[in-house]
Design a protein around this ligand. Structure first.
Ligand code: SF4
Length: 99
């Protein structure tokens, strides 16, 4: 390691594991709360409208395929992955839909 590199902040392992290079260029980057299954103080109408918007972003996302793969690798995916909503109130998680 060079002296310059040793002065750079180190990313803790739990945070580093959240970064997936396959999703570079994702349309949801930096907008994660808008892709959550539910938000506090949100009406069902607002949730439906927000998730519809999020799914629309997925249809134009350049990494939708890799996102689908990454979502299938999650133990319990939550929120919108590749246009599918997981963990929405009253709906099963991905692995439960394939049981
Ligand atoms: S397909 Fe949707 S959820 Fe997946 S990376 Fe793209 S915008 Fe995000």
């Amino acid at each position: 390691m060079t002296r310059r590199a040793s002065r750079l902040p180190q990313i803790p392992d739990p945070i580093a594991s959240l970064i997936d290079e396959r999703l570079s260029g994702a349309r949801c980057a930096g907008k994660s709360p808008l892709f959550d299954a539910e938000l506090d103080d949100e009406t069902s109408e607002e949730r439906s409208e927000r998730l519809s918007w999020a799914r629309g972003q997925c249809t134009r996302c350049p990494v939708q395929g890799p996102c689908r793969t990454a979502g299938s690798e999650q133990e319990r995916p939550l929120g919108v992955w590749a246009g599918r909503i997981h963990g929405q109130p009253g709906r099963p998680h991905l692995e439960e839909t394939h049981a």
